[in-house]
Design a protein around this ligand. Structure first.
Ligand SMILES: *Cc1c(COP(=O)(O)O)cnc(C)c1O
Length: 386
């Protein structure tokens, strides 16, 4: 990253930790055989992958055998949602999710609706939280599957996964959680949580891009049909030659995260408070989300200013407007619209996301720069002259 940039977009992606990179380089040179091969070189690769599964299993407190490697959270979400609902089609046609989910979830639900599934989109409250009573009220006798994300990628809101999962367990509903923004960043003990399927990805917590995993609980009835076909790897749930170096990198990423979550959270909370306290006095500013949410994300709207112009005026700060995946489309964020924000409010939203490498100086710079940019854009607006 060039010196002139100030990167505050860690919710979109993160740099690879140098220890992870070292491990990947080592593995790519030493364990290049196909892990499916039964010769000694293949067995070495197989052992490298087994070690990575142990490291990731350690972070989540699960048996490594419950983890399926994928190309990232988009694929894990697709495999979990399409794979489980099709496998359980006999159980019912009703499936449930939220409007504020990531596109990797909502687009799959829309595809399933076209296949004949009946989808209910439950509403969040104004902060983005799903009330377990609202969730329970949406469930029916033929509800077979629900998907609710852990940490929201736009607002940082943390859902009550324990309560929502318990409701699903009582009613024989499979419960999937998109954990892309949560794994390695907030403590997750899957041995204690009533979660059946959990998606994760390496590049959101200082690991490589192009590698993720799906946790599939070892419980009766918890299974997914494959969405890819072609070989016997990973019990045919997700065939294809495993990318050993990426998997070893994700394993190392998980091990590092397991040892640093508490320190990371304290660091992020300090930075978020500094940022919010520095800008909260600005006229017409508002927080999108929940003050008790994940501290790495601060999403703010400001009256009478348009997000794209603000983002442009904020350079050299790299932050996000709307969600990263949609920011090339000039539409207000569907997530913020679902929380009841007006088009204007949603359009002015900037998502700052801080990370492990973020410094106090960078945040102080962002505060000054944001204040100055808002003031400048307001002074240019025709109303200001009147
Ligand atoms: C980033 C993200 C995804 C997609 O993950 P990829 O690994 O980039 O495919 C899915 N869900 C959420 C909540 C995310 O933040």
């Amino acid at each position: 990253m060039g010196d002139e940039m100030i990167y505050l977009d860690y919710a979109a992606s993160t740099p690879v930790d140098s220890r992870v990179y070292d491990r990947m380089r080592e593995v790519s040179q030493a364990a290049y055989a196909n892990p499916s091969s039964t010769h000694a070189a293949g067995r070495l690769t197989h052992a490298v992958i087994a070690q990575a599964a142990k490291q990731l299993g350690g972070l989540l407190n699960v048996d490594p055998k419950t983890l399926i490697w994928t190309s990232g959270a988009t694929e894990s979400d697709n495999l979990a949602i399409a794979g489980a609902t099709r496998y359980r089609a006999h159980r019912g046609k009703h499936i449930v999710t939220m409007k504020t989910e990531h596109k990797a979830v909502t687009d799959v639900f829309e595809a399933l609706a076209r296949e004949g599934f009946d989808v209910t989109w439950v509403d969040a409250d104004a902060r983005g939280l799903l009330d377990p009573d609202v969730f329970a009220a949406a469930l029916r006798d033929d509800t077979q599957f629900a998907s609710i994300m852990f940490v929201n990628n736009e607002t940082g809101v943390i859902q009550n996964i324990e309560a929502l999962g318990a409701i699903c367990r009582e009613r024989d509903i499979l419960f999937h959680v998109d954990g892309a923004q949560a794994v390695g960043k907030v403590p997750i003990d899957l041995a204690a949580l009533p979660v059946d399927l959990l998606s994760l990805t390496g590049h959101k917590f200082y690991g490589p891009k192009g590698i993720g995993a799906l946790y599939i609980a070892d419980r009766p009835g918890c299974h997914v049909d494959p969405i890819l076909f072609g070989g016997g790897q990973q019990r045919r749930i997700r065939p294809g030659t495993l990318p050993t170096d990426l998997i070893a990198g994700l394993g190392m990423t998980a091990e590092i995260a397991a040892g640093s979550i508490d320190d990371d959270l304290a660091h992020l909370a300090h930075l978020r408070d500094l940022l919010w306290n520095g800008i909260r006095e600005i006229d017409g500013i508002g927080l999108n989300g929940d003050p008790d949410g994940f501290p790495g994300i601060l999403n703010v709207s400001v009256e009478d200013i348009e997000g794209e112009s603000l983002l442009f005026a904020l350079e050299p700060i790299c932050a996000a407007t709307g969600s990263a995946c949609n920011s090339k489309i000039q539409e207000p964020s569907y997530v913020l619209r679902a929380l009841g924000r007006t088009d204007m409010q949603a359009q002015s939203a900037i998502r700052f996301s801080v990370g492990r490498p973020t410094t106090v100086e960078e945040v102080e710079f962002a505060v000054e720069h944001y204040r100055a940019a808002v003031a400048r854009l307001r002074s240019l607006a025709p109303e200001a002259a009147a």
